[in-house]
Design a protein around this ligand. Structure first.
Ligand SMILES: [Mn+2]
Length: 245
């Protein structure tokens, strides 16, 4: 069955009151995330936090995700790890556990179904209007050269098989960052994605890769908060100018 657009793409109007931030993969480290928000002076009354997904697996606080999904200012897309939760009764469980999913196996059946129900509400793409223009958010990459093509495909996919391929790239692809592809995604001032852990954020064309492995603090990882209006990062992106040449 084809999912309707409102389930796959969420749209947000400009934030007239406060600031909008995006953050990279979280992987069950909500205490560390909150510390990064506090450091940036995040105000939950007016600011909004968009997440590139991968909310769970690997970290110690995966169960806390439900209370975060309740927060009216927290807006994640679905990452490949979140998609395991959506498909918990049909996915390759051994592969999932190998990739950090053991916490889910420790839940009882009712809890597993509750997590899956909530994760199935997560969109695979978010668009946010800002004074500078439209910002797109996906977990891994946009499979098309233009944002409107993606939205059209998600709204009215040619086939269920093709929708599966599109979602696969949205949640799993690393080819843009691995190949250093500087091609822009047209129709956006910025596309923000995570999925590939980096020592610092990397900007290729108008695509911002912001997973600085805040979920791996022992190895020097930290959370990057990207301001969606100014496209400035906290902490700042070192060497950003050479990537923009
Ligand atoms: Mn991922």
């Amino acid at each position: 069955m084809i999912e309707p657009i409102h389930k796959l793409v969420h749209r947000y109007p400009p934030n007239e009151q406060g600031r909008d931030f995006a953050v990279g993969d979280i992987h069950g480290h909500f205490t560390l995330l909150q510390a990064a928000l506090d450091k940036a002076g995040f105000d939950p009354l007016v600011d909004r936090l968009f997440s590139v997904g991968d909310l769970v697996d690997r970290g110690p606080e995966c169960r806390d995700v439900l209370s975060w999904l309740d927060k009216p200012w927290f807006h994640p897309v679905r990452g490949n790890h979140d998609d395991y939760v959506c498909r918990f009764d049909t996915c390759d469980a051994d592969n999932w556990v190998y990739n950090g999913g053991a916490w889910f196996a420790g839940l009882n059946w009712d809890e597993q179904r509750e997590f899956a129900a909530q994760f199935n509400e997560l969109p695979v793409a978010i668009e946010v209007e800002t004074p500078a223009g439209m910002v797109g958010i996906v977990h891994a990459d946009c499979p098309f050269g233009s944002w409107s093509e993606l939205i059209a495909e998600l709204s009215n996919p040619e086939s269920a098989k093709r929708l599966k391929l599109v979602k696969n790239t949205l949640m799993w692809s690393r080819s843009r960052i691995e190949q250093g592809d500087t091609g822009a995604v047209e129709g956006l001032v910025a596309l923000v994605c995570g999925h590939t852990p980096l020592s610092h954020p990397v900007v290729l064309g108008n695509v911002y890769h912001i997973d600085t492995a805040g979920w791996r603090p022992g190895n020097g990882g930290y959370f990057t908060l990207l301001n969606l209006c100014t496209l400035e990062a906290t902490p700042p992106i070192p060497g950003k100018l050479e990537w923009e040449a």
